[in-house]
Design a protein around this ligand. Sequence first.
Ligand SMILES: [Mg+2]
Length: 219
Amino acid sequence: MTLDALIFDVDGTLAETEEVHRQAFNRAFSEAGLDWHWDGETYGGLLTVSGGKERIRMFSPESDDELIGRLHRRKVQHYTSMTASGALVLRPGIETLIAEARRAGIRLAIATTSSHASVDALLAERLDWFDVVVCTEDAPVKKPDPQAYLVALERLKLAPGTCLAVEDSGNGVRAARSAGLAVVVCRSAYTEGEDFSGALAVYPDFSAVGLGDLKALLG
Ligand SMILES: [Mg+2]
């Protein structure tokens, strides 16, 4: 089987961003005069739903759309300035794997439920590595719905059978599988105990995984 493209999730997969997201939410809450504070355990529970606004709604179902929208916009601004300071690095092995894929002429894409502002802040000039970048503005229905992956495939003009998704969460695996994609998992801090059934392989990170290993998995 040929491998034409790798399609990456962002949060938890390309970088361990969730701690920064958590802190950005808390900054937005305290700035708005709310006494809400998400500790690691609370945030871990909220990660079962994809999307920032959805997480606020799950935490506080009585809040109206206006408040949720306002808090989320401020959260994105905090996240953007926190990541733009360069505090986040890509996860081990990711940069090597991407360099190897680029040399081999394999196309690269992103399929995330994050916003373009968050992804731009994280990747900056490394955004050029990717032919296609699908964010929540392009595919508003969150994972485990396959929409982000379906839009990525459509923009790549490729069939799912020659592409491989890279994820860190159970919801991400389900989204990729529903789009007809094979998927591998790079476990992250917040997704350790999740159900990854349907994934071809589960790795702690990509430091020992080469392009040849991924191609072999596709058979
Ligand atoms: Mg993720």
